[in-house]
Design a protein around this ligand. Structure first.
Ligand code: I24
Ligand code: DGL
Length: 271
């Protein structure tokens, strides 16, 4: 076993990818990590494909210069649009959040009826549907864009009655589709999980793509023999944002329960 100290890189359109990073800190506490959030240009969900692809490349190039050993595209929208191209061109392993979620859903379903919710970009790309059908042709995927969910989370309203109403209304077609498994195909949706679960009913299995993704990262670290072994000192955790450092720090410190987080601002052309 080696002891690879190079960091794992995480990119996202903003702070949503911190749901994925939180899982990394839990499942892989020895790893050095670098997170880059494109807060200046968030959200990616409603943007055209070409733009999402160009932005994701810019984020990727920034982290490549930080000597990362693996790249996690922690954003569903960016994964849907850019994973294939980036994976093909990078010399290091690149992991997206879609395949691990699809794999977990295939494992969980008993009826082959799997629902997917995400941003407009993610749903339009049909990436989850393609991934599911390639694995098991019999799967009947049912996709639904939920453009109102990210704003609920970002306005701190997940516990409000308005949120309850919006989630119930939006998920009506999903309830009618009688899925037994539902993929939370957006970084923000784990924060709405209790609401989504109560609307869909306790019998529906919810799949958190972020959780599954880190399971896969963990497996790849072992497969390529590049995991970082436990050491006596604190691992390095670096945060970068293209937006406001104060706003980023506030959310990251609370969410990760790490008051010591001090993000750095970076300038990206066009951001
Ligand atoms: N959650 C998210 N984004 C926000 C937010 C939030 N404001 C409150 N909460 N704002 O995403 C987005 C716009 N900002 C981001 C920072 O830079 C400037 C622009 C979900 C985060 C998932 C980890 C609610 C909230 C919080 C603390 C922790 C978690 C959380 F205030 F959801
Ligand atoms: N991170 C995005 C995703 O997972 C959600 C926020 C956005 O639209 O940028 O799809």
């Amino acid at each position: 076993m080696s002891k690879n100290e190079q960091p794992i890189g995480f990119i996202d359109s903003g702070v949503g990818g911190l749901t994925v990073l939180k899982e990394a800190l839990k499942q892989l506490p020895n790893e050095n990590v670098i997170y880059l959030g494109d807060n200046a240009r968030c959200p990616y969900g409603p943007r055209p494909k070409e733009q999402i692809l160009a932005f994701t490349w810019q984020l990727t190039k920034f982290l490549l210069e930080k000597n990362i050993k693996m790249l996690v595209i922690a954003c569903n929208t960016a994964t849907a649009v850019a994973l294939d191209e980036i994976k093909e061109k990078l010399p290091i392993p690149v992991v997206g959040v879609i395949l691990p979620g699809a794999r977990a859903a295939v494992k969980a379903t008993k009826t082959n009826k799997i629902g997917i919710i995400g941003t407009q970009g993610t749903i339009q790309s049909a990436s989850y549907e393609t991934a599911l059908r390639l694995k098991v042709p019999e799967i009947q995927p049912f996709s639904l864009a939920c453009p109102r969910f990210v704003p609920i989370v970002e306005s701190n309203q997940v516990r409000s009655s308005v949120a309850k109403k919006i989630v119930a209304e939006t998920l009506l077609p999903m309830q009618r589709a009688k899925v037994d498994t539902l993929i939370l195909g957006c970084t923000h949706y784990p924060l709405l999980r209790p609401l989504i679960q109560s609307v869909m009913g306790e019998k529906v299995t919810l799949i958190d793509s972020g959780v599954e993704t880190i399971g896969e990262v963990s497996m790849l670290l072992d497969y390529f023999d590049i995991a970082h072994l436990p050491v006596n000192h604190q691992p390095i955790r670096e945060f970068y944002t293209t937006g406001s450092v104060d706003a980023f720090n506030q959310i990251a410190r609370t969410w990760l329960e790490k008051p010591e987080i001090n993000a750095k601002h970076i300038k990206i052309k066009g951001a």
